[in-house]
Design a protein around this ligand. Structure first.
Ligand code: BJW
Ligand code: ZN
Length: 264
């Protein structure tokens, strides 16, 4: 039996499947990854991980908003791809068989939802939600530009925007500014999201790791957690990752091509 057949057999036997996805799943929708080939680690000469940080927010929230306004503009018309679709179809099929499917994603683009996935935990938030940096009030928002002030060409220039240019909280007596509802390095993930991810990692019998470099914690540790509780594990990635040598199955290739074949 070849590896694909062995995997399909494992999938058929499994009663609880948990999937962790990362930026690679959206790469075929033309959303750049953070690391690895084809990634864009620089934006206007700023390291992406430096602009997307609590420190940048404290120093120059206008620059951070210029970056997220650019990302929202870039993502607003992106469509889900064959990888998202294969995962949504798998969830539907397992549900019909009274089995359980959990999807944990590090992606902020919401494309899993667009493809029809239901049981999704967004570990790093959503680019289409904003929250008050002061009172925490959370809301959906798809405005592009985020305020009229951002309807101009990106420059990445420091201190270009003033507080008046930024989106303001509309809650009574709150003077806070609104920020993207995403998780930056050094920030805590939401407790309920971590709890959900831990539970579905511990309880599954098959754990799939798709399109993530497995370098960012705590997401990177969920596969080990699943494995330590007895789950079989599989890595699907374009390139080799640090998780490969811990996995029972490794498939190198584009998620949009590999997943439909594996889930046949
Ligand atoms: C394809 C493909 C195709 C391409 N098909 N594949 C323990 C030890 C050490 C450090 C820490 C620790 N615990 C916490 C930390 C600190 C930190 C961390 O992990 N640092 C590491 C770098 C070491 N973690 C945190 O700060 C987290 N907070 C936390 O844990 O709080 C408590 C705490 C804090 C501090 C210390 C201790 C505890 C928060 C992490 C937040 C991550 N935020 C970002 C930005 C989100 C917002 C935004 O987008 O603007 O999330 S960073 C970025 O990385 C983004 C991603 O979700 C995340 C993961 O990236 P991902 O998805 O893996 O993408 P890539 O680009 O890395 O990989 C893409 C992969 O796809 C590649 O492998 C390609 O080959 C592949 N690929 N095309 C299949 N077609
Ligand atoms: Zn507020």
């Amino acid at each position: 039996m070849d590896n694909v057949q062995r995997f399909r057999e494992q999938l058929r036997k499994s009663r609880y499947v948990t999937v962790l996805t990362g930026a690679g799943v959206s790469a075929e929708s033309n959303i750049p990854t953070f690391r690895g080939s084809g990634s864009s680690s620089l934006w206007k000469n700023h390291e992406v991980t430096q602009v997307a940080s609590p420190n940048a927010w404290n120093c120059d929230p206008g620059l951070v908003w210029e970056f997220y306004n650019y990302r929202r503009q870039m993502m607003q018309d992106k469509k889900f791809n064959m990888a998202h679709k294969a995962l949504a179809d798998l969830e539907k099929k397992l549900k019909e068989q009274q089995k359980t499917f959990s999807l944990i994603t590090q992606n902020i683009d919401d494309l899993h939802f667009d493809a029809g996935s239901k049981n999704v935990t967004r570990l790093h938030g959503s680019i289409w939600m904003i929250r008050c940096a002061k009172c925490g009030h959370l809301q959906k928002n798809r405005d592009v530009p985020i305020t009229p002030a951002f309807d101009q060409e990106c420059t990445g220039e420091a201190n270009r925007y003033t507080v008046d240019d930024l989106p303001q909280c509309q809650q009574q007596n709150c003077t806070g500014i609104l920020r993207p509802h995403v998780v930056w390095f050094g920030e805590a993930l939401r407790k309920q999201d971590i709890n959900q991810a831990v539970l579905s990692s511990q309880n599954c019998d098959l754990f799939l790791v798709i399109g993530t470099s497995c370098l960012v914690q705590p997401a990177a540790s969920f596969m080990q957690l699943a494995k330590s509780e007895g789950a079989k594990t599989a890595v699907i990635n374009l390139e080799e990752t640090v998780a490969d040598h811990h996995a029972d199955f490794v498939f190198h290739g584009k998620a949009g091509e590999v997943l439909p074949e594996l889930f046949q």
